[in-house]
Design a protein around this ligand. Structure first.
Ligand code: SF4
Ligand code: SF4
Ligand code: SF4
Ligand code: FES
Length: 948
């Protein structure tokens, strides 16, 4: 149901450059050509009655309620389907129009249950409103309503209901599912009065193709499709605009509220990353914020074998501060450090790295981007000069050929996937490079021209093969390279990729992809018009992750595809604020704005502002922290918002390292797997309790606004500030906006960013400075940030993680739409209805060889460890490759991943683990131990809560 809190213009905006002028009800109105009369009138303050039109989908013209009179034209055209033209003279009100509209409404109401007073959408129902607007007082046809009013409700979806008795068959839901979401799950079944909306072939919503994005619910003008939260809680009384805390798309939402309680999340139409769309996570999976598992009181203990003790914030922070100081006194300045999180706001991350650099006095700060997109930072900085994607999401609407490599946007970045699918339906061509047959390869009205189904770990080989074809078949954009690129580096690269060993034919045995297919894909990309490359963790999380990012940049440069709309190199960031956490100086070698700690001027800039001396040597990366902990030189760690025990590779090693620490401080909203090894627990706040900003994958900085007070009483930045103060450093911000002001003062790319500016503009894509006061949607337009675009040769080196007789399969990992990362949030929502366990996907042939059938428990053994999951036999896999998600701690997906990592950044090689699968009947030893340990720790928590 559309919300009354947001204006509906009736039909989508026209982006035409030309404008037309007409007269509506005596007013002169000028609008872009192609604007409907309905929208033009709405913009001028005249609301033409409507039912089947809404501004998120194209007009359909079925209800006939929006009729108008146009001077000189016969009849009564529908204003939603009639475009404005120069000189038109339109009347939206007349006695005849009123009579016609009343007649239409009578028909609708005659087939509608008259239970408005007890209906969930009472007061926010367009049908009710329209009956009032047209002045309906009687229904001449009676209220028989035999067609729909007895129909069964479908309550199968955990978040919304479908009540056919209230359906007016306006088709807004069907169009939303097709046009906005691109899933095509709904149809109108039957004809005339017998027609009704149906999910799939008469299935329930849960059993259909529906992905629960909620676009249909939002489009429905009646109570037919209604959020269950609205049915339970009633209508909201106010709303606050904020940003989704899940993936890197960074959708804007209006949190619709009753007092401090969220009633529903409605994607914000003016949100520039999502344009009013969302996925199941952002729209519906927010209940975790008030889940009973939230830990809202600080706790301390001396040993992890001790029960927790609830204490005040002051006591907990004093405890942590004393421990950290004594560790440093005994073991030196570098013996402690901190880890920031991409789930936290820019301001929180900035303050956290400042705590490490200014208060701990070292550079031992790292972030979870270490394990996802650190190669992006390295590869794009080296080639283009900036550690970020080059485009805004809307740019895809100008792409002609799209490469998606190592990414599964329909699951990982669903709202952007919907936009990309829209462009593909308009005719853009698609090349998917992925070991699995993801949904993008073939789904409703979408089919990739080429699916290069490569062997995991061979991205660099396939990128070189594509480069080979482009370089040797005369497909290079010579003029672009001459004017925009470092020509010497290009020549070296050309010589390199042109070598026979980089040809698709030579690499076919390595990649498993037919050479002919690679050649066709390369030609399509190089000659098909605007070529854009989107990539994800399937590129970065490899031993050659940074090399592959460089390979992608090489391809984009060689084909002239950087520096304008429709093209570019686009990392799809996993978590909501991966970009921001990197921007804010979370890496041990970089201060905010990607400036190396070895640069004296940068150190002095920050040192003077903070009144400290910044150390010139890079600090420890996360894996180095673990190693240093094992050798006893690193003994205190402050982890904020990241669950390293579940998310980092080789879990046994991570746990062993944490067990060695004298003081582990965890700041989080739940007692996560890492907190089970902590000595101090500081309660964190969810995104609904925060003021701050997130920066999405397109460098877009958006406000996160507090809709309810922090359950613990303090915001995360306030807690960190108290730690700094207690350790003796004067940190005195009074609001997160002051933190952003400091970032802007010290970071050239953020110079023009402030909360005031964000209020004015809605969101800002950095760089935002004097040259680009409103931000930068497309980067590197005139020249690259580094001057000339640089080619770097990318020798393919096979990973050390080889298949052998003992470990003959390659395991790769990824996510699923309904769950998010380690699952801490989504596991505590009704999203469990879609995915309640991680399963290992295996090709039927491999399954048969091992006597495994769908649903069997199978042991997965690697060189690092063993775990047990249920099998999902699936043709999406290629033979020899298995796949799993990692959303449940008991799955132990990272018990089997190894210590191998990217040569440049240490990003773990999650995507390639040699394994063997065998049918088993019981959990692995690790899983049994985990279960015992976790139960004990949860018990400690409950004991502490009971005592308090
Ligand atoms: S929730 Fe989304 S996917 Fe499901 S039917 Fe509605 S629009 Fe389609
Ligand atoms: S379910 Fe709602 S949007 Fe869909 S046809 Fe019925 S009334 Fe219209
Ligand atoms: S696409 Fe990402 S940012 Fe948007 S609603 Fe879904 S999870 Fe949130
Ligand atoms: S709103 Fe125009 S025909 Fe329904």
């Amino acid at each position: 149901m559309q919300s009354k809190l947001e204006h509906d213009f009736g039909t989508p905006e026209s982006h035409a450059k030309e404008s037309v002028t007409l007269n509506i009800d005596g007013m002169t109105v000028t609008v872009p050509a192609g604007t409907s009369i309905m929208r033009a009138a709405s913009g001028a303050g005249v609301q033409v009655p409507k039912l089947c039109a809404t501004d998120s989908v194209d007009p359909y013209g079925s209800c006939r309620l929006c009729l108008v009179e146009v001077e000189g034209r016969r009849g009564y055209p529908a204003s939603c389907t009639t475009p404005c033209e120069n000189g038109l003279n339109v009347r939206t009100q007349s006695p005849k129009l009123a009579e016609l509209r009343k007649g239409v409404m009578e028909l609708y109401i005659s087939d509608h249950p008259l239970d408005c007073l007890t209906c969930a959408t009472n007061g926010n129902c367009e049908l009710q409103d329209m009956a009032g607007t047209v002045g309906l007082r009687e229904v001449r046809y009676g209220y028989e309503g035999l067609n729909h009013t007895k129909s069964q409700k479908d309550e199968s979806n955990p978040y919304f209901t479908y009540d056919p008795s209230k359906c007016i068959v306006c088709s807004r839901c069907v169009r939303a599912c097709e046009e906005v979401q691109g899933t095509f799950a709904l149809t109108i079944e039957g004809r005339g009065f017998d027609s009704r909306v149906s999910a799939g072939m008469g299935e329930s919503f849960m059993d259909s193709e529906c992905v629960s994005c909620g676009a249909c619910v939002q489009a429905c003008p009646t109570a037919t499709l209604s959020e269950k939260s609205i049915i339970q809680m009633g209508q909201p009384d106010h709303s606050v605009t904020t940003t989704c805390a899940y993936c890197g798309v960074g959708c804007s939402f209006r949190a619709e509220m009753q007092g401090n309680r969220v009633v529903r999340m409605v994607p914000w139409k003016d949100g520039k990353a999502n344009h009013g769309h969302s996925c199941v996570k952002g729209r519906f999976a927010w209940g975790y914020a008030t889940h009973p598992d939230r830990v809202t009181k600080p706790m301390v203990r001396d040993k992890i074998s001790d029960p927790w003790k609830e204490v005040s914030f002051d006591e907990a922070i004093q405890f942590a501060s004393d421990k950290f100081k004594s560790i440093q006194a005994q073991h030196g300045r570098d013996s402690i450090g901190g880890i920031t999180s991409s789930r936290c706001t820019n301001e929180e991350v900035y303050v956290m790295q400042k705590l490490v650099r200014a208060v701990f006095q070292n550079n031992n700060v790292d972030t979870c981007a270490r394990v996802c997109h650190s190669p992006t930072g390295f590869g794009l900085k080296a080639t283009l000069g900036e550690s970020a994607g080059t485009q805004d999401f809307d740019s895809v609407m100008d792409s002609d050929v799209i490469i998606v490599i190592g990414a599964n946007p329909t699951d990982g970045h669903p709202v952007f996937a919907s936009q990309m699918k829209k462009r593909l339906r308009q005719g853009a061509k698609l090349i998917v490079i992925d070991p699995r047959s993801t949904d993008l390869v073939r789904s409703a009205h979408i089919e990739a021209q080429h699916h290069l189904k490569l062997r995991p770990g061979t991205n660099v080989a396939i990128l070189n093969a594509l480069g080979h074809v482009i370089a040797t078949e005369g497909l290079v954009k010579e003029d672009y390279i001459a004017s925009r690129c470092d020509v010497e580096s290009f020549e070296k690269w050309r010589n390199f990729v042109s070598r026979e060993n980089n040809s698709p034919e030579a690499l076919e045995p390595v990649t498993g992809v037919p050479a002919d297919e690679v050649r066709k894909a390369a030609r399509l990309f190089a000659t098909g018009g605007n070529g854009a490359i989107y990539y994800g963790l399937g590129v970065t999380e490899h031993a050659q992750g940074s090399t592959a990012v460089i390979g992608i940049a090489n391809l984009a440069l060689a084909t002239g595809n950087v520096g304008r709309r429709g093209v570019g190199v686009n990392p799809l960031r996993g978590q909501n604020n991966v970009q921001g956490s990197c921007d804010m100086g979370s890496f041990p070698h970089e201060l905010p704005g990607y400036r190396h700690v070895s640069e004296k001027a940068t150190r002095e800039l920050f040192g003077n502002a903070w009144n400290v001396t910044i150390q010139p040597e890079p600090g420890l990366r996360i894996p180095n922290m673990f190693e240093a902990s094992m050798d006893g030189s690193f003994r205190g760690l402050y982890v904020m918002g990241e669950d390293i025990v579940q998310s980092d590779p080789n879990t046994q090693h991570v746990i062993a390292a944490l067990e060695q620490l004298d003081c582990l401080v965890v700041q989080d909203i739940f007692l996560n797997e890492t907190a089970m090894y902590a000595h101090v627990f500081l309660p964190g706040s969810s995104f609904l309790e925060k003021d701050g900003t997130f920066t999405n994958a397109e460098r877009r900085i958006s406000r996160v606004r507090k809709v309810m007070p922090p359950l613990s009483g303090l915001g995360d930045w306030e807690v960190i500030q108290k730690v700094a103060q207690t350790m003796g450093y004067p940190m005195n911000y009074s609001h997160p906006s002051e933190i952003m002001d400091e970032v802007a003062r010290l970071t050239p790319t953020f110079k023009g960013v402030s909360y005031e500016r964000l209020e004015q503009l809605g969101s800002i894509q950095w760089p935002c400075n004097d040259a680009h006061p409103e931000g930068t949607p497309t980067m590197h337009i005139q020249e690259f940030t580094r001057g000339k675009g640089k080619f770097i040769s990318t020798e393919y080196i096979a990973t050390d993680e080889k298949v052998t007789k003992r470990f003959p399969l390659i395991m790769t990992t990824g996510r699923i739409l309904s769950q998010y990362n380690v699952g801490a949030q989504t596991r505590r929502t009704a999203n469990m209805a879609w995915h309640s366990e991680d399963r290992v996907e295996i090709h039927p042939a491999d399954a048969e060889d091992r006597g495994i059938v769908d649903g069997d428990w199978v042991g997965i053994t690697s060189r690092a460890g063993e775990t047990v999951l249920r099998a999902l036999v699936s043709e999406r896999m290629q033979p020899g490759v298995v796949y799993t998600t990692f959303h449940f701690p008991e799955s132990g997906a990272n018990v089997i991943t190894t210590d191998n990592s990217d040569w440049a950044t240490n990003c773990p090689e999650y995507k390639v683990t040699a394994v063997e699968l065998t049918k088993v009947s019981q959990p692995s030893e690790w899983q049994s131990n985990y279960k015992r340990f976790a139960e004990k720790q949860i018990n400690f928590l409950h004991q502490a809560e009971a005592k308090a």
